[in-house]
Write a protein that binds this ligand. Sequence first.
Ligand code: PLP
Length: 324
Amino acid sequence: MAVIKANGYGHGLLRVAEALAGADGFALLDIKDAIALREAGYRQTILLLEGFFDVADLEQIAAYDLATVVHSEWQIRCLDAYPRAGSLDVWLKVNSGMHRLGFPPLEAAMAMEALQRHRAVREVTLMTHFANADEERGVSAQLETYNRIAANYRAPRSLANSAALLRYPDTHGEWVRPGLMLYGASPFREVPAERLGLKPAMTLKSRIIATQMLKAGDEVGYGGKYRAERGMRIGIVACGYADGYPRHAKNGTPLLVEGGRSQLLGRVSMDMLFADLTGHPEAGVGSEVTLWGAGMPIEEVASFSETISYELMCALTSRVPMLT
Ligand SMILES: *Cc1c(COP(=O)(O)O)cnc(C)c1O
């Protein structure tokens, strides 16, 4: 099941669905997006990861044959109020330790039994989500809690996000739910995407639209956050935080100028940023600058901005033209 929430992690919902058309399922949040996929002709399972928000949603879920997470008692009450029988596929979510969505372990049996015999329900899948699959702590405590519950039922199982899929084969169950790795980024801080055999789907590029010569002591951009120590040349790049490039990226964040490594200088503005052209005498107006993607791992940019690649991808704004 391909996780394509948040506009396909910023890549565009329908573009991503087309690229991943062979997936057995899609998972996302917004019922409108799920309907858009159905209307575009996708027939596989489409799962709503936060489920429904009121009884009215259930009509649409049934009409478009969507699958829905059920994570809370109040959602079972909604199902009770839904008049139709036997048409809904539900994914019962167990909170095995993350404490975000899901029934606590002691209530999972009650929920499972209520759903398995519920007149509105066709099939129940038992799911959970890991908090630390990408970290040292791993999945063992949560996996044990989940397995203790799952052992009591005959139901398809779904546990693994990208990190668990790559690192813990015993979490695979019937449905894995990768997101990030499908877009070619690494879920692990210490393992580059390339080493996992992943290639970035998104490359964010722009061009230099002006250059400036700096003297020692000259300051760059708002707040003068970079000060030249010696004479140097910089390029003004047409990309800023209104495109989704993080404003809090630090001096020295890597980028590529005509394919060669260089760095960000000064504070990112709304529509522009500054690239160091030291060591790139050939670069000038019109030169291509890669902010992340092919040749410039998004994870590196993320770590210079104290964030993660997920956030950078999702933050890409609609004004950025998508070329392929
Ligand atoms: C986002 C999400 C995933 C995918 O996580 P990745 O780390 O991007 O692979 C899987 N399951 C649930 C419930 C999610 O919310």
